[in-house]
Design a protein around this ligand. Structure first.
Ligand SMILES: C[S@@+](CC[C@H](N)C(=O)[O-])C[C@H]1O[C@@H](n2cnc3c(N)ncnc32)[C@H](O)[C@@H]1O
Length: 394
């Protein structure tokens, strides 16, 4: 089945290989839809187009991250991001008297490289640097990159396929929460409807059915939290999988810190009346748009994170802080990382200034991205989370 070209007007043309791959992914999802009797929930659709083995966006060979891919993340923009994170990790490991780092969803391996380099420089290497990656293709790419860029530290790096038990150390997950499949819902005359994906001659299309009990109850909880009913026609997302993922991480941590960085807002902002279209974003060749039903398997799908949901799911750990990415970096030692700035070549200064701007300016990643930290055990709050804390907004 050819995805309907009209519905992706304004987006770049995929190359021939990508277009052929997308046709295979569409055929696979089409079969799932037929097997399911004509439609699948949006969460199932998102899961298939991102993670179907050998086919999904994260499971197959697309470039994904970086200039040649579809989007860039903070560690891809600059190693400064990883250096500041490493400073927080070093402070925690010192208090724990050692321990491990765990990075779920390590993407291209950029963050692991910058953190390991800085931790080595600070003489604060973890016992092990564990990576939990669901994509076999990305795991291979990570191995190759780490072997090329930090060969001397490879003995500490270890890929794991499930969460460790009684983890002691620091967990760092950048832009993983937004990649967890979400459910989409619509309020129709006070009823909660589940957005589902069907298939027809023109490709995939939306269809709606009465919400299953778990989704209805998640939406009613949201209405109770925000203090009013969502309006007729309101459409948005909820992430049942995110709560489960956070629960898994918090249960695994015996002592230490969990740091999550992602684009997101509080629950009140997430379900504000003016956000009646939801928070799904799609990325294809550095074009952001909001139609997840086109380019199956060759574009990234993400949903902004409801940080109030994250905080509720992590109950049992202490909230160490909730700050914007700009505050995280500026309070966490970014300035110290730039201390020899004036001695650098003018080209390097320009390069670094551009990276700092992208990471910290409010109109770039500075405010949309937040960092939330949770601790367990006797650990003092890392410097990056100490100031401009927004926990009270959650
Ligand atoms: C947007 S990329 C971010 C990559 C990297 N953290 C970065 O900042 O560049 C999302 C990553 O999360 C991984 N991922 C998605 N769901 C996951 C899960 N449940 N556990 C671990 N990794 C996951 C994907 O395979 C991918 O590596």
């Amino acid at each position: 089945m050819e995805p309907n070209p009209e519905s992706r007007r304004g987006l770049p043309q995929p190359d021939a290989d990508s277009a052929a791959h997308s046709v295979s992914v569409a055929a696979h999802v089409g079969r799932r839809i037929e097997e399911a009797g004509g439609s699948v929930s949006f969460a199932e659709y998102m899961h298939e187009v991102l993670y179907a083995p050998g086919l999904g966006y994260y499971a197959a060979g697309a470039s994904k991250l970086g200039a040649a891919g579809d989007f860039v993340t903070a560690p891809e923009i600059s190693p400064l991001f990883g250096y500041v994170l490493a400073r927080q990790v070093a402070a925690v490991l010192a208090q724990l008297d050692g321990g491990d780092v765990l990075e779920p969803g390590a993407g291209s391996g950029a963050l692991a490289v910058s953190m390991l380099n800085k931790l080595a420089e600070l003489d604060a290497l973890p016992d092990r640097y564990l990576i939990l990656e669901v994509s076999a293709e990305l795991k291979q790419r990570q191995e190759k990159r780490l072997l090329a860029e930090v060969p001397q530290l490879m003995e500490r790096v270890c890929w794991i396929s499930q969460l460790p038990e009684q983890f002691v150390g620091v967990v760092v997950a950048n832009e993983v929460a937004d990649a967890i499949p979400v459910e989409r819902f619509l309020i129709d005359n006070e009823n909660v409807m589940q957005a589902r994906v069907g298939i027809g001659p023109d490709g995939f299309h939306w269809t709606y059915a009465p919400a299953p009990a778990f989704l209805e109850s998640a939406v009613r909880d949201i209405e109770s939290d925000i203090g009013h009913a969502l309006a007729n026609g309101y459409e948005s997302e909820v992430s049942p999988g995110l709560a489960g993922w956070i629960n898994g991480l918090t249960s695994a941590i015996d002592r230490g810190l969990l740091l999550l960085i992602d684009y997101g807002v509080t629950r009140n902002e997430y379900y504000a009346p003016d956000r009646h279209g939801g928070w799904l974003r799609c990325h294809f060749r550095h074009h952001a748009h909001s139609n997840p039903l086109v380019l199956p398997g060759i574009q990234d799908l993400t949903a902004w994170v409801d940080f109030s949901l994250v905080a509720a799911a992590a109950r049992g750990m202490n909230i160490a802080g909730f700050v914007t990415q700009a505050h995280f970096l500026l309070n966490g030692g970014l300035e110290d990382e730039l201390q020899n700035f004036a001695d650098l070549s003018i080209e390097r200064q320009i390069e670094l200034s551009a990276q700092v701007k992208l990471l910290t300016l409010p109109a770039e990643m500075g405010e949309n991205f937040k960092c939330i930290g949770f601790s367990r055990g006797e650990i003092s709050t890392p410097a990056a989370l100490l100031m401009a804390d927004r926990t009270h907004f959650l």
